[in-house]
Design a protein. Structure first.
Length: 156
């Protein structure tokens, strides 16, 4: 029987608490949150699906020519439990649960955050929707504490 012993790498030294010299990149999300969530998958203007799993909002191409790619919105720090698509079919609002419930309003074209609302509220945002005419930028949402709030977005 033969044994090859190699010198430990720098990060394998016992007691070393330095961060590894590596980064990670999210490539694909498998899964979809369907438990205790409703109306949480949307079709954008460009034929992409928008949905969420855990704290990640996903914009997924369903066109074979584009290679079924995914883009991610990663600005939540808790599990996303609600979402809605603006009548412009580009803007999305996602609401999370946790110690600090918040709503993020973002653009599906660049997965870019437009606004972050309600930081400091507790429990979670159960249901929300944009005003149906698309001209008035109102966002209606409902907390688990039986509170309804109307927020006016300042979009230029």
């Amino acid at each position: 029987m033969s044994t090859n012993i190699t010198a430990p790498q720098e990060s394998q030294i016992p007691g070393d608490r330095t961060a590894p010299k590596a980064t990670f990149h999210l490539e694909w999300v498998y899964g979809y949150r369907s438990a205790n969530c409703r109306s949480n998958i949307h079709l954008t203007e460009h034929g992409e699906l928008v949905y969420f799993s855990a704290g990640v909002a996903i914009v997924q191409s369903i066109n074979e020519k584009e290679g079924y790619r995914q883009r991610f919105f990663l600005h939540h720090d808790g599990d996303i439990i609600s979402s809605c698509l603006h009548p412009d079919k580009i803007t999305v609002a996602t609401g999370q649960m946790g110690k600090t419930a918040q709503i993020c309003v973002w653009n599906t074209q660049g997965a870019m955050k437009v606004e972050s609302l309600l930081q400091g509220h507790t429990l979670g945002v159960g249901v929300m929707n944009f005003h149906s005419d698309g001209e008035v930028n109102q966002l209606f949402f409902f907390f688990f504490l039986m509170k309804i709030i109307i927020f006016f977005l300042n979009r230029n």
